[in-house]
Design a protein around this ligand. Structure first.
Ligand code: PGA
Length: 255
């Protein structure tokens, strides 16, 4: 089953209000009509509503970099799925390595968020990936397997239509280092097999798995051409409209 490419920009804690408006304008100009690739951006929370207005009428989807699993109440500093939907978000990135390793989120916490996002009608990009020392210790597959397994605990087969997985080796994020095509393909293939074991062959074939970690226009083609790589989750290079568009073009050019 051919899977439609899905390329998402994770802006992290970057841009001022003015920069964010200019970046969005550049993206809408270059990519607003692209229909053969699914495109998405995740700006900082405080700019979501403004960016939402700018991307309205374009094909660029708006999403958030995180959320909380309760509806409302005394959760200082948190944001609910309903709030995200209210300002035009349709997806949320969960389990990003910076949430796991800088903020300290566990697989179990991430799972609660995944379940709530799906229940409330957001699609999810669930990010997974090993640390450098885990790769060096030969633990990559075990670590990623656990993150996928626990992250998806309780997610039904029908709900999997709303889940994209993103493999992001932590040592390749923001470092300029990229997994080699063989390293990326190996882990992506393992994840797809795992989805098949957890669900069924049809779900495994339909689930998109993005690669993330220093993806840029110059290396996007070789990564996006891999059998089990169905898109990219882009950090640094998503902060320049030209670079993000270059990655999208590289994907569109894959034969
Ligand atoms: P990077 O970040 O492209 O800057 O390496 C990717 C990510 O963290 O999603």
């Amino acid at each position: 089953m051919p899977r439609k490419l899905y390329i998402a920009g994770n802006w992290k804690m970057n841009t001022s209000l003015a920069e964010c408006a200019a970046l969005t304008e550049g993206l809408v100009e270059r990519l607003g009509d692209v229909a053969d690739v699914d495109l998405a951006i995740a700006p900082p929370f405080v700019y979501l509503q403004a960016v939402g207005r700018q991307v309205q009428g374009s094909r660029i989807a708006l999403g958030a970099q995180n959320m909380f699993y309760e509806d409302n109440g005394a959760y200082t500093g948190e944001t609910s799925a309903a709030m995200l939907k209210d300002v035009g978000c349709c997806f949320v990135i969960l389990g990003h390595s910076e949430r796991r390793h800088v903020i300290g989120e566990t697989d179990e916490l991430i799972n609660r968020k995944v379940l709530k996002a799906l229940a409330d009608g957001l699609t999810v990009i669930l990010a997974v990936g090993e640390l450098l020392e885990q790769r060096q210790a030969g633990q990559t597959m075990d670590v990623v397997r656990r993150q996928v397994q626990v992250g998806l605990e309780g997610v039904g087969v029908a709900e999997m239509a709303g889940v994209t997985l993103a493999y992001e080796p932590v040592w390749a994020i923001g470092t300029g280092e990229t997994a080699s095509p063989a390293q990326a393909q190996d882990v992506h293939a393992m994840i797809r097999t795992l989805v098949g074991d957890l669900y069924d062959a049809e779900t495994a074939a339909a689930t998109r798995i993005q690669y993330g970690g220093s993806v840029k226009p110059s290396n996007a083609a070789e990564l996006l051409a891999l059998d089990d790589v169905d898109g990219a989750l882009v950090g640094g290079a998503s902060l320049k409209a030209e670079d993000f568009a270059g990655i999208v073009q590289a994907g569109r050019d894959v034969p």
